[in-house]
Design a protein. Structure first.
Length: 157
């Protein structure tokens, strides 16, 4: 009788263990890849209340910078010439997508007026802390800082 009880108990354990499913976990999304940058609004005049260029409108480009404003994506070779307010929005599809690998840090999109004879003029910057958007995982995010409004589009991975 003891032997039958042991066999029944062993069979019960075997059936119970075989019907258990292994629990799977999904790795949290921890990165965002920027595909496009769009400028929806920009300052009309520079910090001295003058136009961006002497004879025409701003020649705009953007950089993507880390939280210390060190540029990691240089966009000066993709400048768009003579951008007036009526020309907005202006957008760029990145030829090589920019990866935000640490979403807890702020990534800046900085806008500049390209100048040939002197330093490029900073028009403003917008900071994106992707961790703030992780819960909803939007693929398009628009933010404003001062007179500058920037939209980034990308994918979470």
């Amino acid at each position: 009788m003891k032997r039958i009880s042991k066999i029944i108990l062993g069979l019960a354990l075997a059936i119970t263990c075989s019907s258990c499913e292994k629990e799977t976990t999904v790795a949290p999304v921890a990165k965002f890849k920027i595909n496009t940058v769009r400028v929806d609004a920009m300052p009309v005049v520079d910090f001295n209340n003058a136009g961006w260029d002497l004879f025409d409108d701003a020649d705009v480009f953007f950089n993507i910078e880390d939280e210390n404003h060190v540029p990691y994506y240089l966009g000066s070779s993709y400048k768009v010439g003579n951008v007036a307010q009526a020309d907005l929005p202006v957008s760029w599809s990145l030829t090589s997508q920019y990866d935000i690998k640490d979403i807890s840090k702020i990534t800046y999109v900085a806008l500049f007026d390209y100048d040939v004879l002197d330093e490029n003029d900073a028009m403003g910057y917008v900071g994106f802390k992707m961790q703030d958007y992780e819960a909803g995982k939007p693929t398009t995010i628009t933010k404003t800082s001062g007179a500058l409004t920037v939209t980034i589009t990308g994918i979470w991975y």
